[in-house]
Design a binder for this molecule. Structure first.
Ligand code: FES
Length: 396
């Protein structure tokens, strides 16, 4: 082997073999290799080496398998909420644990494989390097590439195609697992599902749409009460049959000046805990019911076309901010303003909840309300416009 020049010219560098470049690199980096020994003799593959390769391959294969299982569970497992007693409840409750189990095992087996691979195939080496500052020179860059090539070759991973393939698959699938959950955010906003207490899945409906006489599913309107969330909890998590979480609100229940969040409670679903939870979780369902003081009620300015949406001094406005959809749940009684905590939009409750400050540009939609013959508050139809932020098909 020729002597390694200390200050090689570009022509010298072109002439040098990878081995010479590696040696040059270590010398220039002031790396002192104290000890280096390959794990296995070169040229022959012993039975022990084959056994070691098989073990590492199995770890990587298991990692890839569980990575694949994670993707399959994420895509195909029935994840839609099923309440206690509903068909499919057991499968639904297994969804999250299965995601954790599969991705956890995939990462664990990748770790086992990596540790085993390092112990069994990467040459044993002890080197000492003196640290120094400064940018890398051309020589450094060329030599580091040569060193990396040398590591790749000496690790034998290049010629172990199956092991390398499974390692690549494992790393790729684990990387995929970081991206896959974003898939849950991709939704077809036009896809219409069955009309439920949470709407039909499009941006135009809410649970209150059940009270509309022009329901998108063509069915007749239902009687939908304004439901108060009692936040009832049951000791073992199982509500007794016939017990719900939402309760109807009587016209006398709300004191003057009070505000309360309410949710759609269809008459057919009273006492159904699961339906109540679907209603509370309906992303566009929450409504603020407010009873103005008589002196304030006298100053209310109604929006054109919504003159009969209130019932006396009771008014109901969507709680979903028309800027980006946060809950506008703060009410300042002295100024009669609803405040959205996200970007500080303010809406004037005495003037059909029109925006008076902040980035929101549209009023909070008003829900028409009435009182039934028992004195309970009900929706007198649906909102006449979509609730929440603007979207491409909105005209108002
Ligand atoms: S979401 Fe309400 S102000 Fe931005």
């Amino acid at each position: 082997m020729s002597e390694t020049p200390k200050n090689p010219s570009p022509a010298d560098l072109d002439r040098m073999s990878d081995e010479e470049l590696v040696r040059l690199g270590t010398e220039l980096d002031e790396v002192d290799v104290k000890f280096r020994e390959a794990r296995w003799p070169e040229g022959v593959e012993t039975r022990a080496e084959k056994r070691a390769a098989r073990t590492v391959t199995i770890w990587f294969a298991l990692s890839a398998l569980f990575g694949l299982a994670f993707a399959a569970v994420y895509i195909f497992w029935p994840w839609e909420h099923k309440g206690e007693g509903e068909a499919g409840h057991a499968l639904y409750t297994a969804y999250t644990p299965l995601l954790g189990l599969t991705i956890g095992l995939s990462i664990l087996f990748l770790g086992f494989g990596a540790v085993q691979f390092t112990k069994k195939f990467v040459p044993e080496e002890i080197s000492v390097q003196t640290r120094h500052d400064g940018p890398s020179s051309d020589v450094d860059r060329r030599t580091i590439v040569a060193e990396l090539n040398d590591s790749w070759k000496s690790s034998t991973l290049g010629r172990r195609k199956v092991m390398g393939g499974f390692l690549g698959a494992s790393v790729g699938l684990i990387g995929l697992s970081a991206i896959l959950p974003l898939g849950g955010m991709i939704k077809n906003p036009w896809k219409r599902g069955p009309m439920t207490v949470a709407g039909d899945g499009t941006l135009h409906t809410t649970g209150w749409t059940l009270a509309s006489d022009t329901r998108p599913d063509g069915l007749p309107p239902e009687k939908v009460y304004l439901g108060r969330d009692t936040a009832k909890v049951f000791p073992d998590g199982h509500p007794p049959a016939g017990q719900g979480r939402l309760e109807r609100i009587h016209i006398d229940d709300l004191s003057t000046g009070a505000l309360e969040s309410v949710f759609p409670l269809p008459a057919s679903a009273i006492g159904n805990f699961t339906e109540d939870m679907h209603s509370i979780h309906g992303t566009r369902n929450a409504v603020m019911l407010i009873r103005f003081r008589p002196e304030d009620a006298a100053r209310v300015i109604k929006r054109k076309g919504q003159e009969n949406f209130n019932y006396g001094d009771l008014y109901a406005f969507s709680k979903i901010c028309t800027h980006l959809g946060c809950p506008t749940s703060l009410y300042e009684q002295q100024t009669h303003r609803f405040l959205c905590p996200c970007h500080q939009s303010q809406f004037d409750a005495l003037e059909y909840a029109k925006p008076v400050f902040g980035p929101a540009a549209r009023a909070l939609p008003q829900l028409p309300i009435a009182v039934d013959n028992e004195g309970y508050l009900v929706a007198n139809g649906d909102f006449i416009e979509p609730v929440g932020p603007a979207f491409w098909e909105r005209r108002s």
